[in-house]
Design a protein around this ligand. Sequence first.
Ligand code: CP3
Length: 350
Amino acid sequence: MAAPMTHRFLAACRREPVDRVPVWMMRQAGRYQPSYRAVRQKVSFLELCRSPELIAQVTVAPIDEFGFDAAILFSDILVHLPAMGLDLSFEKGEKGKGDGGPKIGNPVRTRADVDALRVPVPKKDLPYVLDGVRAIRAALADRVPLIGFVGGPFTVASYAVEGGSQGFTRLKTMLYAEPATAHALFEKLTQAAIVQIEEQVAAGAHAAQIFESWLGELAREDLEEFSFPYLARIAEAVRKTGVPSILFSTGTTAHLEPMAKLGYDVVSVDWRIPIDEARARLPGVAVQGNYDSTLLLGPRDVAVARAQQLLRAAGPTPGYIFNLGHGIQVGTPTENVKAVVDAVHAFGWK
Ligand code: CP3
């Protein structure tokens, strides 16, 4: 288990009072940063994900540069797929190039394909991720907590079945045509998520975020049959490790009430709902997110004013973590990121 640590991010996850609203941003280590682009001139995206030293370097860089209240492990929700038997590449992800979308050469299409998938053994198959966690902890020296993460079963399945970022039609058709195959796939991906998060926490992660980014593609009855039971099992597994859990998704504001009951400490919301409404509809959990990442591209004064407006609307009740509705976009000026982080830290309700 992670060493006990008191910090405003972990306090907010537990809905305890904080001195300042904690702030971090999804994809805070990425191509909008000149320092990240310099690393990517030298190595491909997957080489970066497999180097503990580089993982630590790019994870810690945005903490030093912007003063975020949490670091997030630099990795990807698909890194374990080769160990499961899938041929993963990032198309334009070679040295120097950006925009490397994932591609799977042998996508999962049949029951036999699902049965052939192997649940990874993180210590053996993903040692660089766990060494990366330890290297980050050493480099951070407890300045801020470290968030570990895995992909949610539906989101990882969408890449595994479609073969890349190609929509959701094949996977959704599998739910309706071959529900037993879909359940077998989600079962394996749930087991894979649980073992990875357990090992990340054992290696030193202080919190666990589940990236179920594309959950908003599913109808309520499909969420109830094919997603919520698996997400609840992952939440329960994280709870047993003793660290707070965060459920991230987009396009799911129609489903906040059932999502509040899955067992997560924190539920992340996108920008499609007023924050006060989201907080009212998520009783008993902390809320993260809601800021539209596109604002960070715009005029700095507007980006700052909208951050302050969001904090006013979120209100002083403990249990709010400032974050984006989705990841920082390529082309975001670093000055805008700094200005918004500073504005969140300067904000007070009195
Ligand atoms: O948030 C962070 O700072 C931690 C690092 C992180 C990455 N990917 C780095 C990355 C995290 C948490 C992820 C999760 C992830 N990966 C998700 C869920 C979050 C989301 O954005 O919805 C998904 C769907 C993936 C799969 C994936 N990885 C895609 C679709 C792509 C290509 C699109 C893109 O943004 O380039 C990636 C590549 C990727 N993952 C990059 C980074 C920094 C860009 C790679 C590069 O350097 O060229």
